[in-house]
Design a protein around this ligand. Structure first.
Ligand SMILES: *[C@@H]1O[C@H](CO)[C@@H](O)[C@H](O)[C@H]1NC(C)=O
Ligand SMILES: *[C@@H]1O[C@H](CO)[C@@H](O)[C@H](O)[C@H]1NC(C)=O
Ligand SMILES: *[C@@H]1O[C@H](CO)[C@@H](O)[C@H](O)[C@H]1NC(C)=O
Ligand SMILES: *[C@@H]1O[C@H](CO)[C@@H](O)[C@H](O)[C@H]1NC(C)=O
Ligand SMILES: *[C@@H]1O[C@H](CO)[C@@H](O)[C@H](O)[C@H]1NC(C)=O
Ligand SMILES: *[C@@H]1O[C@H](CO)[C@@H](O)[C@H](O)[C@H]1NC(C)=O
Length: 841
């Protein structure tokens, strides 16, 4: 028998492989995509290739796969690829083919959202700035120059993918492609032109003959043969616009992006899981986390204005590539539990019925006798006990239980069983290889070299720089004679700007700065000044902080100064707005590429053993050693103001220590219950929005590393340090109060004496580390959150010793709540919880 089977197996595999190739195309019906001839329920995860580095891709994709992903989804970033008309770049972080290959090698599908408009908190929404300056171009409407370039780029990308045989129709792994992006609102703004454009975009895409379906997200009028999909925090109520199309969720936002000057948004894992379980319970078939790994807006790629360089997004994998726990693991369990239901969900018949005023069951039964149920409690306050098929089920408020056999709860979205990890940035000294060797370059204040042009009045900032740099200098001068006020009152310099920021210099001194913010780009500045008799010189450095990335006609949103005057003079106001202004685009240091090592710039830098502090417009260069070990690295810029940083010529990005206000929507604790909004659960009020800046490990050489920082306002560069990102504390908080929760891995239904399933606490340190101490352990009714647990009235005196026994010096440990050590029940009326906080080192 064994031998016969042994011979048969390779044959069967061959046959299977042939079948798969033969049926490799992707189609769909009302229920799902059909891949290789069968319906599929897909967990998809967005990872944007240019928001990390190629050295990180294999691990990120592997972590997504381990987290339960079937599929990776990415945008394609046009302005990173077509840097000038017809001039393409597909190297390094923009090596799309290589990224697609990494996904393929991991055995995952790929969803390619070509756009080419992407929004995505990406500079200019992903469209090239040069495209705006092609005469007669209007973005994203029925406009010939736009359509012709859009078609050109779309075709370029499709052809590249075809050449690699990446489309599923060619035996590859790309199962869906997207054209346009969240166009519905813009379409309305453009009226008939919008409608015509949407139709054109769909037919242009279909004519590419990829052999895989096209999707359009947030596009309820998507034509036949293009599937319209949902983007939101919840999509269970979404229905595609035709009964022939499956229900697809392209963007489930597991967190939110952040603006400089705002607190840090979070979305609780329980609510993300709730939204996903509701979606699959209500007939969904592809669900994508936007984003699963957000990463970093390196260089000047961030959109905005004002979006932070970090695009962490509170995603299941953090900016640095580490698992965010419990979110990553809580969703992993959810994916496993949903996969147990896949066949009945996809091939069964569904019924929904009420189990209470805000409680319901979604039940699927199939021909093979399979039955799965999703029991929901959408009450945002009250836990409920419901009866389903004559059994009682506890349903916490705002939660869904998954029953792959219509009986056993394998998962409840509000029951987080995974550990929590507390990640810290552990400072390293910035090891300067030649400690006393700082190199300094100070920008001239105002026009360096020759001006680019002189004009009466103001220009639009973006029209002038065309985003080749953030910076645009404006200088003018005026004379002061006897009209200077003598009353002791200072005259006031008044500046109005459309955005995004300005540093104002008077007679070579920085006298003030002002910025817009994420909700309002425009701003004004009023500063008391001291003028001197005779000629006074004003130099204004206007700047952008990431270009607009969405909205109808967003490409016409301008920036820059609109009015400058000096009020409070004895003889009235000096209006400088119509003065003769000299302009210079960019900084001298940018012109000489001071951020690139070895550019023959040595004579421009001056060596200093102790660099001067609080000096505006200064470039600093220092040789540094790579931090030891393998932990991810963040550059701690706490001692600095605002500027740009590079390691070995690689652009880390804009840094800005802008703080959020102390009452910027932060909450002491985060309630997962109820409709989520990004304002629900913010942290970090009164602190810099972003203190650390990710420097990928692969950018370091073994020795001879050069860090270059350009500081606009003034800081102390000697206090810049690298920090290692490390999970130092791990916590677990597990209760025994949910009957019928079955162990997912073992399908273990073994129950305790009173008919409950024995819950387990599981702790695990990062690879190579051990549990070196147990800081808290309480079996009883403890409360609080990780790092602030407290004993309750019921506390087992052996709690600590039981946990230490199992965990100390181990990389991981598991403790059953039915552990013999907790045998003697000191408080029988209490539903027991085991809370543990341990330290990894
Ligand atoms: C689903 O319902 C249809 C129509 O009522 C019926 O023909 C079919 O057999 C049912 N399928 C299953 C799996 O119960
Ligand atoms: C006020 O006097 C200054 C010279 O001190 C002159 O430049 C300016 O034009 C005068 N303003 C008005 C409103 O007369
Ligand atoms: C001076 O500038 C301010 C804006 O900063 C503006 O409100 C005011 O009208 C200006 N005054 C004159 C006389 O131009
Ligand atoms: C943005 O600035 C405006 C004033 O220009 C202010 O009213 C608003 O509160 C600021 N918003 C944030 C989020 O800081
Ligand atoms: C930029 O310049 C164009 C003309 O080249 C003009 O139509 C447009 O209004 C300008 N944009 C802004 C924001 O001023
Ligand atoms: C932890 O270590 C102890 C001995 O130090 C061992 O008895 C125990 O089995 C270990 N537990 C795990 C989960 O490895």
């Amino acid at each position: 028998m064994a031998t016969a089977a042994g011979r048969l197996l390779p044959l069967l595999q061959l046959l299977h492989a042939l079948l798969v190739v033969a049926a490799a195309g992707v189609t769909y019906d009302h229920r799902s995509l059909i891949i290789s001839g069968r319906r599929r329920l897909l967990i998809s995860t967005s990872i944007h290739y240019p928001r990390s580095v190629p050295a990180m891709w294999p691990k990120l994709v592997a972590e997504a796969k381990d987290g339960g992903a079937d599929c990776i989804e990415t945008y394609v970033f046009w302005n990173g690829h077509e840097t000038a008309p017809g001039k393409y770049y597909f190297e390094d972080r923009f090596d799309l083919v290589q990224f697609a290959r990494v996904v393929k090698d991991a055995g995952l599908f790929l969803i390619l959202r070509i756009g080419p408009f992407v929004a995505g908190e990406w500079n200019f929404g992903g469209l090239p700035v040069w495209l705006h300056y092609i005469p007669g171009t209007v973005f994203r409407t029925n406009n010939e120059p736009f359509k012709s370039h859009m078609k050109g780029f779309t075709t370029k990308i499709v052809d590249m993918m075809k050449k690699e045989r990446f489309f599923a129709s060619q035996g590859g792994h790309i199962i869906l492609a997207q054209i346009e992006n969240e166009y519905e609102g813009t379409e309305q703004a453009f009226g008939a032109g919008g409608k015509a454009y949407a139709t054109w975009a769909a037919s242009m895409a279909l004519a590419q003959n990829t052999g895989v379906p096209w999707i359009m997200c947030q596009q309820s009028d998507a034509p036949d043969h293009v599937i319209n999909t949902c983007n939101s925090f919840y999509c269970d109520q979404f229905m595609p616009n035709s009964p022939t199309k499956p229900k697809i969720w392209t963007e489930n936002w597991p967190g939110w992006f952040q603006n400089f000057g705002e607190a840090n948004p979070h979305r609780p894992a329980e609510d993300v899981a709730f939204s996903v379980a509701r979606f699959f319970g209500k007939g969904g078939t592809v669900q994508n986390y936007y984003v699963y790994h957000g990463g970093t807006n390196f260089g000047r790629t961030t959109g905005g204005p004002f979006i932070t360089t970090s695009y962490d997004y509170d995603a299941p994998i953090d900016e640095y590539g580490l698992r965010r726990l419990p979110k990553w693991a809580h969703l992993r369990e959810l994916h496993k539990s949903i996969k147990l239901c896949e066949h009945s969900l996809l091939y069964g018949n569904s019924t929904s019925f009420s189990l209470g005023p805000q409680q319901e069951a979604d039940v699927y039964t199939d021909h093979s006798g399979g039955c799965v149920a999703f029991l929901s409690n959408i009450d945002s306050e009250k836990d409920k006990v419901v009866t389903f098929r004559k059994r009682k089920y506890d349903l916490p408020a705002w939660s869904v239980s998954v029953l792959p056999d219509c009986e056993s709860v394998v998962y409840n979205t509000a029951k987080v069983r995974s550990q929590t990890s507390m990640v810290d940035m552990v400072p390293e000294t910035l090891q300067a290889s030649k400690p006393d060797q700082w190199s300094i370059f100070t920008e001239k204040i105002g026009i360096w070299d020759k001006n680019d042009f002189i004009q009466n009045g103001f220009v639009d900032h973006i029209n002038t720089t065309k985003d080749s740099t953030d910076y645009l200098w404006h200088t003018t001068s005026f004379n002061v004679d006897g009209s200077y006020p003598t009353s002791g009152k200072h005259p006031i310099l008044n500046i109005d700007s459309k955005g995004h920021g300005v540093h104002a210099f008077l007679n070579d001194m920085l006298i003030g700065s002002a910025f817009g913010n994420g909700s309002k780009s425009s701003f004004n500045l009023h500063i008391p000044i001291t003028l001197k008799m005779g000629k006074n010189e004003i130099a204004l450095l206007s700047m952008t902080v990431g270009l607009q990335n969405a909205g109808a006609r967003y490409e016409w949103v301008g920036a820059g100064l609109t009015s400058v005057n000096i009020s409070g003079m004895e003889n009235g106001t000096i209006d400088l707005s119509s003065n003769k202004w000299s302009y210079k685009i960019g900084l001298e240091g940018e012109h000489y590429s001071l951020f690139k090592p070895d550019q023959g710039n040595n004579q421009r830098w001056s060596q200093q053993s102790e660099p001067s502090k609080d000096q505006p417009l200064t470039w600093y260069k220092v040789h540094v050693d790579a931090p030891q070990g393998y932990d991810p690295i963040g550059l701690d810029m706490q001692s600095m103001g605002k500027g740009l940083a590079w390691l070995n010529g690689n652009a880390i990005g804009r840094y800005w220590l802008r703080t959020s206000s102390s009452d910027d929507r932060c909450t002491p604790s985060c309630n997962y219950r109820g409709q989520f909004s990004p304002d629900n659960c913010r942290t970090g009020c009164g602190k810099p929005s972003q203190r650390w800046y990710h420097v990928p490990r692969s950018w370091f050489h073994p020795s001879g590393n050069t860090l270059v920082v350009f500081e606009e306002q003034g800081g102390d560069p000697t206090k810049i340090t690298f920090s290692r990102r490390v999970a130092t504390s791990i916590c677990s908080f597990v209760s025994e109060n949910y009957p019928f929760i079955v162990d997912l891995e073992t399908w273990d239904k073994s129950v305790t004496d009173d008919g409950r399933v024995a819950s387990k606490a599981q702790l695990s340190c990062p690879k190579g580390k051990i549990i070196s101490s147990v800081n808290f352990a309480s079996f009883g009714d403890p409360s609080g959150t990780c790092r602030s647990y407290q004993q309750g009235r019921c506390h087992h005196p052996d709690s600590l010793s039981v946990v230490e026994e199992a965990c100390l010096n181990n990389n991981s440990c598991t403790i059953s709540l039915a552990d013999k050590g907790f045998g003697k029940d000191l408080c029988p009326d209490v539903i027991k919880t085991l809370a543990i906080e341990a330290h990894c080192s």
